[in-house]
Design a protein around this ligand. Structure first.
Ligand code: SF4
Length: 149
């Protein structure tokens, strides 16, 4: 709908189209599961359009899928996980070089603890503030690296 912000649907129409095509192909065999290894899982529009391949989409129930392997990494994290909203979208933390002798060394904080020490707690209620929507930043999260869906 024009002028209305919509949530990501994970390109449902592409998935449904692929499911229908797989059902037609499977016929009476009943092999209707989409499989990454067979190339039957469609790419989402944003995944297809991103030249940096920063978005990965797939079947998390398939341990051999790229998205399942990325989600299994230590770098995988969920934004605002403590709110228990359990979003399907997760992110991979940026890899930083902690060696100050190296040219790509970054002093930026690498954890919430370090960020809070440097900038204060972004979730703390500010004096004279009005909670969410008072113009104060609420989160520090920058999404970098590959998103796993
Ligand atoms: S293009 Fe990407 S953001 Fe948009 S609906 Fe598809 S998966 Fe979601």
């Amino acid at each position: 709908m024009r002028g209305v912000m919509e949530k990501c649907s994970f390109c449902l129409q592409r998935i449904e189209q692929a499911k229908i095509a797989q059902k037609v192909k499977a016929g009476p065999s009943g092999d209707i599961k989409l499989k990454e290894s067979e190339g039957t899982i469609p790419r989402t529009a944003c995944q297809q359009a991103c030249p940096a391949e920063a978005i990965v989409f797939g079947d998390v129930s398939d341990p051999e899928s790229q998205v399942a392997k990325l989600k299994a990494q230590d770098r995988d994290y969920t934004v605002l996980e403590f709110l228990l909203t359990k979003p399907r979208v997760t992110y991979l933390a940026r890899v930083r070089n902690p060696n100050p002798a190296m040219p790509d060394y970054q002093e930026s904080p690498v954890s919430m603890k370090e960020f809070t020490e440097k900038n204060g707690n972004p979730f703390e209620h500010h004096e004279g503030g009005h909670g969410a929507g008072d113009g104060e930043p609420r989160a520090s999260g920058k999404t970098t690296g590959k998103g796993a869906r």
